[in-house]
Design a protein around this ligand. Structure first.
Ligand SMILES: Cc1cc2nc3c(=O)[nH]c(=O)nc-3n(C[C@H](O)[C@H](O)[C@H](O)COP(=O)(O)OP(=O)(O)OC[C@H]3O[C@@H](n4cnc5c(N)ncnc54)[C@H](O)[C@@H]3O)c2cc1C
Length: 448
């Protein structure tokens, strides 16, 4: 495994179940506590596991939710979320899905401890993957060349029956493949020029009447959004989002003013009433991209790419870690059925649905902004029109609210929103209401 981020960790689990020795090669020196690290710069911003991610993580690591809560993470049930989308708050009464309320370093720390505990996985940290090693005809990957971060003159070769690239959005796989004479994957890129600024605040259990998660979406006609999440050690983690070049300020006054400009006041209530903890952190992501490894005709044997190295999503719905978990589960299934035979193409193809759903959902929301460039096919326009009807109904009808959350939370495929029972409810509800809302999460594909 190249890279010991979330994708590397979760992929190590099925491998360790089947192989004698799994090595996690990591460029950073891994901390023995839950703390931010250089290799995961996004880790200081909001990071939650959506319901479909938490449930599936438990399939890989049974009772990991207990480990998380034992370390201070919140497990937050849907009635405690304030999910402000499409001009109103989703009605989630009677819905019992859970998300995590924890910092990314804590999630990663707990997952890493669980992955390493049984002893079949070893960590080689402080080493960066430099290039792939192959058979002389370059048809099969046989290992990887590593370079020491402490002493760049020191190199070593690591032989392996399988190499999995989970080095994140900066992955060199396209270059490595080209150097070996393979076509690199086509890249789909979405330019959104998004900026995040994050601050921690002290949290009182009385804040927001006990609600522990707030999402204020970026409306199609606007550029500002935000998320507030109750995390370990009695804190709120607040990430303010600016799209299309808008930059949430880092200083407390500017941060608070920016929060007051969101279309819903919950995050401003958290920020203006809270005591800040530490300094702000900022990050900018000019674009998100998807590498179409799944479409390549040729890949070397014994080679797989996963996680953000395949696709980095706009995190507006927090699905990146969940997609990595689904990929790991798909890899487990493929290993059971086919062993290592054509493992790369098989896993990429069987996990395509998850990447596609998350990409459509996030990119569709981005494309609702007229300034964002990208294809808007008929299916996108139809779905957007449908969601404009669905959202106002989801503000009043818990069944519709829950159906939408099941899709955003990756418990259901987007097509489930088109089932006849729900269609009838949406159409009847929107006739009664007579209103439409600009859809911000507008990429749920029509079944066509
Ligand atoms: C602002 C922001 C907020 C997000 N919020 C959420 C959220 O709420 N929920 C969610 O599910 N997802 C979220 N994501 C997405 C999430 O961060 C990623 O999808 C997830 O971390 C993917 O894991 P990964 O292991 O593929 O990559 P990473 O977690 O980035 O890990 C890559 C690892 O590879 C290592 N590495 C890099 N190069 C080398 C090399 N050459 N050799 C060895 N090691 C190397 C790095 O040091 C790092 O440890 C968010 C993303 C952003 C940008």
């Amino acid at each position: 495994m190249l890279g010991a981020g979330m994708a590397g960790l979760v992929h190590a689990v099925p491998l360790a179940e089947r192989f004698e020795r799994v090595t996690l090669v990591e460029r950073d020196s891994l901390p023995d506590r839950a703390e931010p690290r250089t290799g995961v710069p996004q880790g200081q911003h909001i990071h939650l596991l959506v319901p479909g991610g938490l449930t599936r993580l438990e399939e890989l690591l049974p009772a990991v939710a207990d480990d998380l809560s034992g370390r201070g993470a919140h497990l937050i049930g849907a009635p405690e979320w304030r999910f402000h989308m499409g001009g109103g708050r989703l009605d989630l009464r009677g819905t019992d899905f859970r998300i995590t309320g924890a910092t990314r370093p804590l999630i990663e720390h707990v997952v890493r401890a669980r992955v390493l505990a049984p002893g079949g996985v070893e960590v080689l940290d402080g080493w960066a993957a430099r290039e792939l090693l192959t058979t002389s005809d370059r048809s099969r990957v046989t290992g990887v060349r590593l370079r020491s971060e402490a002493d760049p003159t020191e190199e070593r070769a690591l032989a392996a029956d399988l190499v999995v690239d989970t080095t994140g959005r900066g992955s060199r796989s396209p270059r490595w493949l080209a150097d070996l004479g393979y076509l690199p994957p086509a890249e789909e890129r979405l330019k959104v020029d998004v900026h995040y600024t994050t601050r921690l605040f002290r949290r009182s259990p009385r804040d927001l009447d006990g609600s522990r998660n707030v999402l204020v979406d970026v409306p199609p006609a606007g550029r500002r959004g935000g998320v507030a999440l109750a995390v370990e050690e009695g804190r709120w983690l607040v990430t303010l989002i600016g799209m299309l070049g808008e930059r949430p300020p880092a200083d407390l006054t500017g941060f608070t003013e920016y929060a007051s400009g969101l279309w819903n006041g919950d995050i401003h209530d958290v920020v203006s009433g809270g005591t800040p903890v530490g300094d702000a952190v900022r990050a900018a992501f000019p674009s998100f991209s998807r590498h179409r490894y799944d479409r390549l005709r040729r890949l070397p044997e014994r080679y797989l790419v996963a996680g953000d190295a395949v696709c980095s999503f706009d995190p507006r719905f927090g699905q990146g870690m969940t997609v990595a978990i689904i990929e790991a589960l798909e890899m487990r299934r493929v290993l059971d059925e086919h062993g290592l035979d054509r493992i790369g193409p098989r896993v990429l193809s069987s996990a395509r649905w998850a990447v596609q759903d998350a990409w459509d959902l996030a990119a569709g929301g981005d494309l609702a902004h007229p300034e964002v460039e990208g294809p808007r096919p008929l299916s996108w326009r139809l779905t957007t029109a449908y969601l404009e009807r669905l959202l106002p109904v989801a503000h009043r009808d818990p069944l519709v609210g829950a159906a939408l959350i099941r899709v955003i939370g990756m418990l259901d495929r987007p097509q489930r929103l088109m089932r006849p029972q729900l269609l009838r409810r949406v159409l009847a509800g929107s006739r009664r209401n007579g209103s439409r809302t600009p859809a911000s999460g507008s990429a749920v594909r029509s079944p066509a």
